[in-house]
Design a binder for this molecule. Sequence first.
Ligand code: NAG
Ligand code: NAG
Ligand code: NAG
Length: 400
Amino acid sequence: MSAIGYIYTVILVLCLVESSQTAALDGACTVDGNCTTNAVCTTGLCKCNTGFVANTGNTDCLAKVALDGECTIDAQCTITTNAGKCTGSKCACSTGYVANSGATACLATAALDGACTIDAQCTITTNAGKCTATKCACSTGYVANSGTTACLATAALDGACTIDAQCTITPNAGKCTASKCACSTGYVANSGTTACLATAALDGACTIDAQCTITTNAGKCTATKCACSTGYSANAGKTTCIADGALGGTCLNDAACTGTTNAVCAASKCTCKANYIANTAGTACIADGALGGTCLNDNACTGTTHANVCTASKCMCKTNYSANTAGTACIAPGALKGTCSANTDCTGTANAGNCTTYMCECNAGYTANTDETACSLGMMILAAPWMLLMMVMTTSLSKL
Ligand SMILES: *[C@@H]1O[C@H](CO)[C@@H](O)[C@H](O)[C@H]1NC(C)=O
Ligand SMILES: *[C@@H]1O[C@H](CO)[C@@H](O)[C@H](O)[C@H]1NC(C)=O
Ligand SMILES: *[C@@H]1O[C@H](CO)[C@@H](O)[C@H](O)[C@H]1NC(C)=O
């Protein structure tokens, strides 16, 4: 063995002796020098120093690391709260947490409506990826369901929906009906079901017939305005459509004015004949001197019992008497539809002992007959408006 070889051997031996004096972690020691790097001798055993943790083999001390710091094992990732995972050689947020924008803290993920400070936290509920006003909200194009447990896609007219709130894409298509977005009240779909058009009254703007739904019998869109349907014509104020032959309706001759007693054809419109005047509703012709008819003085009001007062050139019911709904009779105070100030005043009609807003009404469970002279048990079946109109007209006729 050469001299150099001898020296190397001595150095190797010395090294072995030296390393045998270094205790492993949890090994016996008397001074820190007995322990491995970054370990200290604590009550006779080598332990990792503050800021260090033992590696998996318990042979080495590894530095504790904050979020985003270099690591080899999860155990190192203890500095940042909830950043306990070593992923890709870096400490990362634990499951259920995400890093804040500066990667200095881990923030809890949140479901829809849960607390948040940044969008990235909002990962639990599908499509609820926005942090708005410190709460997770549905992403653009989605709305929360009623329980705020899920985000539902917004939809256009005719698109699938389960709640009204989804129907936001097409203006005025805000109703979810039969699982499809439909036009809101006051609107109808265009022919392609791509837009909602406002419904319109007679003379109102329109592009299609379907919009013309507000005024009865004004269902035609002509020259961009709603017009009366065939068989009807508009009144002077363009507020209603009057059936041909009815009072105010078009006519060719007197014989065509079949809708109203005492009407004749004048200037192509059915008009009340001489000595008659149309009632306020424009549904009947009232003889001069009858309730609602013209008069010069009280003495002229002879046509209707108790309607013997001429006011503003019209015959009116005398004091404390009131006109019935049809305007054909004057009702005594205390009778059905007559005036009252208390239930006890309502004694004129059987089963009409109910004073409601100064008018005697039928008792609960009773219904007034069509000429409002009696109350009968049970409900009258509510007829369509034209049926009611016919009843009124019939009543008027019977009184004339
Ligand atoms: C600790 O180190 C001291 C001084 O180097 C040495 O004398 C002692 O034997 C060592 N003890 C252990 C248990 O290794
Ligand atoms: C009208 O009714 C009131 C209140 O009941 C009564 O005081 C008044 O005398 C009545 N008038 C007539 C003209 O009957
Ligand atoms: C009185 O009449 C009103 C209106 O018709 C009705 O709603 C109410 O039930 C009646 N009350 C009684 C006590 O009969």
